[in-house]
Design a binder for this molecule. Sequence first.
Ligand code: B12
Ligand code: SF4
Ligand code: SF4
Length: 339
Amino acid sequence: MGGPEELVTLPAARLSALAKSAGFELVGFAKAEPIPGEALLDWLAAGHHADLDWMAQRVDERLDVTRLLPGARTVIALACNYWHSDEPSPVARYARGRDYHATMRDRMRALRRSLRAEFPGVNDYGSVDASPVMEKVWAVRAGLGTVTKNGCFTTHEFGSWVVLSAMILDAPVDAYAQALDEDPCGRCRICIDACPTSAIVADRVIDAGLCLSYQTIENDELVPENVRPAFQETVFGCDICQDVCPLNMTPVKAGTRFEPRSLAAQSVRTLAGMTRAEFDAWVPGTPLSRAGYDGLRRNAAFALGASHDHGARPVLEKLLLDPSERVVEAARWALKRLE
Ligand code: B12
Ligand code: SF4
Ligand code: SF4
């Protein structure tokens, strides 16, 4: 039994309704066709992935989802708005509340449950960020928005304040979207000029090694000297190229799952001097746990030096005695900046 002749065509409108009741705000459908490899391969060849070695692995799967799910026919692109407020914070907006991976996985599980109940026999593969799936490309193909010059995926509804995921199915749907035929950036280049490290090396191309998002979240080694002065108010992630974007000027407040937690209201000085107990109270369950206790205090020390915060001298002097090499190195650099 079984075989391609038995494939059902799924009703896109019904799938969309199921995805929305699972909590996804934007839903679109793309044919699971291979992605032309040029942009990814050029990006990797230029070394723009820095130490993200996993980006250079499983390239065949990234470019062809049938390698992840045999017989793949459809990719459902899914997006959730996460914007909450314009309160200043040293933490990027997407990371101020509960870890979005957990939220997206919960919603994905709910969608999978209802799909299996209504359409038994359809197989799926779900991706939330870490899988070898090019989530922005699928969101473009599914007509949810466009990739703008700042390298972010931008929608009409929520600007770029969305996180993405994708669900691959081995069945076709009855209506696929067209990619939007528009370039909302036009001649604008505000984000390119605003990036403090010139990490937007060409339109829509980010050199991760220069990007504060990478340096504050992913780099657990030494932060290059030339990037340190840009840390300023940034302890985890970076929103500068999104904050300045005219397409982001009418954000929509997200639901409670993305509500900021108390850590987002802490000052850079407090984060630099936080105790292990404070870390344990504020950080677990948020994306900041990726940087860890030492990584966050290292970042905060860089930020204090970068912003010439003279009042931070006592906390930085205390960090000179820290058991973590990285923290000591950052405190030493910061104190030198304050001289
Ligand atoms: C590697 C990575 C990074 C790197 C590199 C950034 C980058 N722009 O690639 C670093 C660590 C710097 C980073 C930073 C951030 N990231 Co990030 N990151 C990723 C990850 C894991 C892979 C992205 C990737 O493949 N990059 C490689 C380049 C080559 O591909 P690309 O930019 O996706 O695609 C471009 C081209 O390749 C081209 N393209 C190529 N082939 C094709 C084919 C077709 C048909 C089409 C239409 C287009 C196309 O389309 C794009 C336009 O040029 C994704 C998750 C995922 N699994 O996709 C999250 C992801 C892109 N990141 C996300 C977020 C939230 C961020 C930050 C905003 C976090 C923060 N506040 O600090 C910043 C934004 C920095 C920026 N300006 O882009 C979100 C995207 C949100 C959004 N609205 O865009 C994602 C999707 C995670 C998620 N699941 O939500 N990230
Ligand atoms: S996230 Fe920050 S560092 Fe990275 S490209 Fe945007 S403005 Fe530049
Ligand atoms: S700031 Fe301007 S160039 Fe940059 S993404 Fe927004 S509209 Fe495009």
